[in-house]
Design a protein around this ligand. Structure first.
Ligand SMILES: [Cu+2]
Length: 645
């Protein structure tokens, strides 16, 4: 009997101890990585001239090759970061109903998200400290004036992460400090080890380690990073061991500095990812968006996405975890897949940074993978797209040759004779019949086509979704109705049903905290200058219905399906023109709306339009007529306008 009691006590103690388990709100956005080693080059996309030049590094992994002066020979892509909250919030439906959601909201890129843009930022923007006034619940809706009045002129312009405050443990660094010293140990022509002879003091900012040059012929100078603990250099990590060291080179550690190169708030030092939870909670709670924050990255990027679970304040009885699942996306590791029974899930009061490579261009989407029918229906669905390398070819450069150059990259090599899963073959006809060059101006390409056929002037992500209002009402109060009873009655494009779809700028909703929040930042209006081409990145995350979208007057040219270029293995484009597309939940399509009847060069979609379509208002709408409704209203639903201007 006594023994059994002991067991019960132990079990109870364990259960009570679990919620305190190693949780924090820290954020990660490194300025440089092994794959992108030069911090100064990681805030913008370099021109694409060919595959990244790599060599076996000291640990046996391929790493980018560096020049003697430590700059990368040829590295593609950059680093991007974003932070989102997982929690709850409200949205406005087309009939004026305020609908409760489980939802994601922005914790970085707030100004860009409110302006309908992706909230994905380079480290230089993401890591800047917020130094404005104390953020208020509902920022930026509360400072940009409500109700929203067109044209949207944002006064809130900060796009970094809102939480970081620097490492408060080192808020009073010793001024001055002592420069650290070290000696190199050479073996077999490379730097084998580094011995610290004096750890110095006062290192609370960036530290650089520089090795002297090798004396031997054909030598390459080694590279290293300082390991700093409590303001002292405790070790040097060799990131490149060099070549041709017949001498013992000098090791120079930079003098201590007490500030970061990036902007710092008074009284703090470096942005180490420590956050003030106050900002996270003030902005993150009740901050739900539909669609969830938009993300956009470029092929070859590394993407650090931090999900911060702020809890669902309307459902304090729920302990819901959330995750991010990039549907159909080739992951860097299964660990970041977001399927909770096969990877990690994020508890309330915790942050987790997902890590992604940006492997294949295309239109993807993402969602929470906790009880998917419930969390998707409740609003945890968002859009992500990957822009192709072809955008970064120098203006006037051959697109065909650039795609040939990509065959030198092991990841994108596509020999369709040997690989039936080859996803992006060279266009048929070779270089003789594919003479398109990178167009000048702001136009881009949807895929690495090699023939310029996916060229577009403007792009619009368009997410199809649906809400069952009954499910949302019971979701606010107790455990939801059975999933099989789910029946959508609001049909949404970018989280809005008609007529909200044609309201320009963000929509805001007063939530149960009596504060305005940006609930639906992304308008669904398609604006196309007459004679230009628009890329519609259409994804469907509807839980209960198939959805059809039809275009009146402007043919839809389907160029990609489920984030793959429509091209056969022999290189023939399988694009087709149609007046409607139909998608089930979990599918995506790329559609071009071309408002030009005749071009100066019919083979080049970027050439001048000599006969544009008439200006005016065209429609995108669903021919499933029962979806042209807002719950009990017999109008509204899945419809928006295309403005040819
Ligand atoms: Cu969730």
């Amino acid at each position: 009997m006594f023994k059994a009691r002991g067991w019960i006590a132990l079990v109870l103690l364990s259960a009570l101890a679990l919620p305190a388990f190693g949780q924090s709100f820290r954020v990660q956005c490194p300025g440089s990585t092994i794959t992108h080693p030069v911090a100064a080059a990681n805030n913008s996309e370099p021109t694409y001239t060919g595959p990244t030049v790599q060599a076996l590094g000291p640990s046996g992994y391929l790493i980018p090759t560096l020049n003697r002066n430590g700059t990368a020979v040829n590295v593609n892509g950059a680093i991007k970061c974003q932070q989102i909250s997982g929690g709850d919030g409200y949205a406005s439906m087309g009939d004026g109903t305020q609908t409760y959601m489980f939802s994601f909201g922005p914790l970085s890129g707030l100004a860009d998200i409110a302006a309908g843009l992706p909230g994905t930022e380079p480290p230089s923007t993401f890591n800047a400290f917020y130094t404005g006034a104390q953020l208020q619940p509902g920022e930026p809706a509360t400072t940009d004036g409500s109700p929203y009045v067109a044209p949207f002129t944002p006064t809130f312009t900060f796009n970094g992460a809102i939480g970081p405050v620097g490492d408060q443990n080192v808020s009073s660094p010793t001024p001055g400090g002592v420069t650290a010293r070290a000696t190199a140990v050479v073996a077999g022509g490379i730097i084998d080890d580094v011995t610290i002879t004096n750890p110095g003091s006062g290192y609370y900012g960036p530290v650089t380690v520089t090795f002297g040059p090798p004396a031997g012929a054909g030598g390459q100078t080694a590279l290293g990073d300082a390991v700093v603990t409590n303001g002292r250099v405790t070790a040097v990590e060799i990131t490149f061991a060099g070549e041709g060291y017949t001498n013992t080179p000098s090791v120079t550690i930079s003098a201590p500095v007490t500030d970061c190169a990036i902007a710092s708030a008074p009284g703090t030092t470096c942005n180490t990812g420590h956050v003030d939870p106050r900002q996270i909670m003030d902005v993150g709670v009740m901050n739900g968006n539909i669609p969830a924050p938009l993300m956009a990255i470029d092929e070859d990027d590394e993407f650090f996405l931090t999900l911060t679970n702020v809890g669902m304040i309307m459902r304090p009885d729920l302990f819901e975890q959330h995750t991010v699942h990039f549907h159909g996306y080739p992951n860097a590791s299964a660990f970041f897949d977001g399927v909770p029974d096969a990877s990690v899930a994020i508890n309330i009061a915790a942050s987790f940074t997902y890590y992604y490579l940006a492997p294949d261009a295309g239109t993807y989407f993402w969602h929470c993978h906790i009880t998917p029918p419930e969390h998707l229906q409740m609003g945890m669905v968002g859009q992500i797209y990957v822009r192709p390398r072809q955008n970064r070819v120098a203006v006037g450069g051959s697109l065909y040759n650039a795609l040939v150059a990509q065959q030198g990259d092991l990841r994108t090599a596509c020999n369709s004779a040997a690989d039936i899963l080859c996803s992006n073959p060279l266009p048929a006809g070779g270089s003789a019949s594919n003479t398109a060059t990178r167009a000048s101006g702001a136009g881009k390409y949807a895929y690495n086509d090699g023939d310029g056929s996916t060229y577009y002037d403007v792009e619009y992500p368009l997410q199809i979704h649906g809400f069952d209002p009954n499910f949302h009402v019971v979701g606010m109060t107790f455990n939801p109705e059975g999933f099989s009873d789910m029946k959508d009655k609001y049909f949404l494009l970018n989280g809005r049903s008609y007529p909200d779809t044609v309201t320009p700028g963000p929509l805001e909703t007063q939530s149960s905290d009596q504060v305005q929040h940006f609930s639906q930042p992304l308008s669904a209006i398609i604006n196309i200058p007459a004679g230009k081409r628009a890329l519609l990145r259409i994804s469907d995350l509807d839980v209960t219905e198939f959805q059809t979208l039809a275009s009146l007057g402007i043919p839809m040219k389907v160029i990609g399906y489920n984030a793959k270029l429509l091209r056969d293995q022999a290189g023939n484009n399988m694009y087709y023109s149609t007046n409607s597309i139909t998608l089930g939940g979990g599918e995506s399509l790329d559609v071009i709306l071309d408002t030009c009847v005749t071009r100066s060069n019919p083979a080049d979609p970027s050439s001048t339009c000599t006969a544009p379509m008439p200006s005016g208002t065209y429609y995108l709408y669903t021919p499933n007529l029962d979806h042209l409704s807002n719950d009990a209203e017999n109008f509204g639903g899945l419809m928006t306008e295309v403005h040819v201007m």
